[in-house]
Write a protein that binds this ligand. Sequence first.
Ligand SMILES: Nc1ncnc2c1ncn2[C@@H]1O[C@H](COP(=O)(O)OP(=O)(O)OP(=O)(O)O)[C@@H](O)[C@H]1O
Ligand SMILES: [Zn+2]
Length: 729
Amino acid sequence: MDAEFFADGDRVAVLTTEPVGVLDYRAPADGVALGAFVACPLGPRRVAGVVWGPGESALPLERLRPILALPDAPPMQAELRRFLERAAAYTLTPLPAMLRLATRAPGLWDGPATRRVLHRAGASPVRLTEARARVLDVLDAHGGAGLTAAELAAEAGVSGGVVRGLVDAGTLSEALAPRDAPFARLDPTRPGPDLTGDQAAGAALLRAAIAAGGYGTTLLQGVTGSGKTEVYLEAVAEALAHGRQSLVLLPEIALTAEFLGRVEARFGARPAEWHSGAGGADRRRVWRAVARGEAGLVVGARSALFLPFRDLGLVVVDEEHDTSYKQEDGVLYHARDMAVLRASVAGAQVVLSSATPSLESWVNAETGKYARVRLSSRFGPAELPDMRAIDLRAEKMETNRWISPTLARAVAARIEAGQQALLFLNRRGFAPVTVCRACGEQIGCSDCDARMVEHRFLRRLVCHQCGATRPIPETCPSCGVEGRMAAVGPGVERLAEEVAERFPDARLAVLSSDLFTTARALKDRIAAIAAGEADIIIGTQIVAKGHNFPALTLVGVIDADLGLQGSDLRAAERTFQLIRQVAGRAGRGARRGLALVQTTQPEHPVIQAILGGDDEGFWRAEASGRRMLGMPPFGRLAGVILSSPDLDSLHDFANALARADAPLRAIGAEVYGPAPAPIARIRGRHRLRMLVKADRRAPLQSALSQWAGALKPPANLRLAIDIDPQSFF
Ligand SMILES: Nc1ncnc2c1ncn2[C@@H]1O[C@H](COP(=O)(O)OP(=O)(O)OP(=O)(O)O)[C@@H](O)[C@H]1O
Ligand SMILES: [Zn+2]
């Protein structure tokens, strides 16, 4: 067994966050623990690292430089170190890059500043006014941890004078405490809502799994509005009762506002929040509270998986099918898979929650690898929406109009009745294509193989690949003819224009990620919609996820065919999930909802599956198709993306790589390509793709690293390997 502590002058190996990886150093005078977060000199700089084990270099001890341990942070647990190693091996990511994900809390090294906080010191004052009682309640809710006078006054909703009065009376006294304010303790003994039979059975199963300890994964498969959140909060309660921490991953930070409120209603306090949009001080506070075990529940984005939990007992992946769980740049990882990996290392339970699970998770539940909890009806009187297709071939569509007469009538009827309607179009901007009517030229990005998208709110064309913008031209850049540039096709902004013309008195809300500069603004907008401050909501896929809009009774899908085009392996699955999810926003209140799906191919099997309600039949058909082709989850894929500004050297290297495929053939894998990527150039870099397909049990990662490691790419060429790719652009 490894030593757990290194004394003064011992030789230690430190994993740094730099590309050099592990380097040997000398333990400092006070010694240092295995896993300690340290700062170590590297040339003229000081870099972050973690003590990874005993040093192994042959350098004389006096040549090694000493390290500095991070004050008042517990060492990284063996569990997290093992997880980082296994995640690195699985995703073929260098370990230092993996460690960077686990140390992304700015200001960790700032001095241990203190702040003045108040504690209970004496008996309650004789004159216990209601305001004073509130202050004491707030302090008690924080479990004895102190708060500053200002925090206390704000949280209790009283003036500073009330707090000062309690100090003068001797009930509170001031002390110095570490700078970061503590998190209020969540109380798992508070009663939850009365669960329905299905919900109670599911909650009991999850609670028992947590009480038993150890790893396990459960698929929580319940229709939209069935109360999945209530059920997994019972699992959180059980983990809290056992003194273990929980992590709830949400696919969209706009969803956290509602979730925080529900946690507060259930446990009497708010959880810690972790996402990249949070400020540095907030992140440092969460990181430390998580490391010390003081934060019982963290809600966050996928990067929260790399937090240094003291005792992780539960990970929930809400909307587990959501595509945003796959990180598509930098370290390429899938948060759902990494959640399962981390939990298996930590001896924790995983709950994957969805109305429309990924085929991967569905198959794992079918084969018994995952347990399953089913919720087959909506909570309370709410029913699942009625779903119908609108056959666009039979509708009289005006040019440059996207709302069919049938859909327009349905919208008008809802507004008349004082209800909300949602129109869904998964396309940002005003129009996807700007074309010259004189010569047919389509305006493209100068650095990418992509058309520029008109954004009318910005009054500019935007490249959705690289973000480059330019003014909307008056004259054609190709033929020079003036005044013939035209917008072709719809985006949400154009749809909004049509809605404003057709329903001039309706209040519109357009939800598209690019229209909100801050997460706060988006959250506020969503809360306003839920409160009824809009009649018609127009949105991209951000409206499909988990929102509760009680007055919403009609969902119109503008173009159901959009996702069915192309040859993407998951086109059918994604379309099914997206349309089902967005339809699931309708009729969550007292009135039954209706979803109208505009399509030119109502007989298409995927459209039929969406309308028909035979979900299990759809997944079975998808699964058997994939099994026949040896595609995931029945076979394994790795995408290889090669990019370079220089096309010739890119081709040469890709061809050399393809010829050197012996290590891949040795495991029975097939190699396809190289071929130009569907988006053949991004930010001035040409792109080629290869695809490696292997048997489910083949040692794919080791073969890939042997293969790609044998050839040295020329300068400027980047090679990225995407294990279990979700996108193929
Ligand atoms: N047992 C219960 N008691 C009271 N309210 C409940 C109960 N179960 C569910 N609800 C309420 O029903 C609504 C839907 O529940 P919830 O949001 O948990 O569903 P969901 O399955 O997560 O939905 P979706 O998949 O669409 O996000 C919520 O407003 C929730 O508070
Ligand atoms: Zn571009």
